[in-house]
Design a protein around this ligand. Structure first.
Ligand code: SIN
Length: 186
């Protein structure tokens, strides 16, 4: 799959003519909210785990020197905590552009903190996309992130803002916290 998923996503109308759509954010969408929303609630999804396995050519790196950003990887039994936003369909033009570097629209069940559930749209960068980088040790990922920067700013800012937002939400994420801890020691 090509890097730019924008056109593909616009053809993936997963919610028909619904006028209010939940979005589940697990990476920068938790802490960088550059869109209007109707409601915002912490939530989690099951059987997916957050991993810094996606290359970033347009936000935290460049095509020649991609940064590393979060995607979701399937893992039975895993819980991924994030932030859910109730949106109007118009917001997704902006989000498709923001998430165009390999992320595809997907739907999943989300569970809110009070136990209620809803279907949500999530942007996932799978290993089929050309910007996918895949696994590396937490130390190597921290080194990679420390040396990367792109049009949206330094890659370590992405990691540290995500870490801080997850801690504020009392979300335990060993992968993110371990990389952040290595980064602070470098
Ligand atoms: C997300 O935050 O849900 C998608 C990945 C990202 O933009 O960091």
């Amino acid at each position: 799959m090509a890097h730019d998923t924008q056109t593909l996503n616009q053809s993936r109308n997963l919610f028909g003519d619904q006028q209010q759509i939940w979005l589940f954010g697990y990476g920068s969408l938790i802490y960088k909210v550059d869109f209007d929303y109707l409601e915002r609630r912490p939530a989690h999804i099951e059987n997916w785990t957050r991993r810094f396995w996606q290359g970033s050519h347009d936000h935290r790196g460049t095509p020649d020197a991609p940064g590393r950003v979060a995607t979701l990887i399937e893992k039975p039994g895993a819980i991924c905590k994030g932030m859910a936003y109730l949106n109007t369909p118009a917001v997704f033009d902006h989000l498709d552009h923001r998430e165009k570097n390999g992320y595809l629209r997907f739907t999943t069940e989300m569970t809110f903190d009070n136990g209620d559930t809803a279907q949500g749209l999530v942007y996932i960068a799978t290993e089929e996309n050309a910007a996918f980088l895949g696994p590396a040790s937490a130390y190597d990922i921290a080194r990679h992130i420390k040396s990367s920067t792109g049009p949206s700013g330094p890659n370590d800012e992405y990691l540290l803002k995500l870490e801080s937002a997850l801690r504020d939400m009392q979300a335990d994420d060993e992968h993110v916290f371990e990389i952040a801890s290595h980064l602070r020691e470098l």
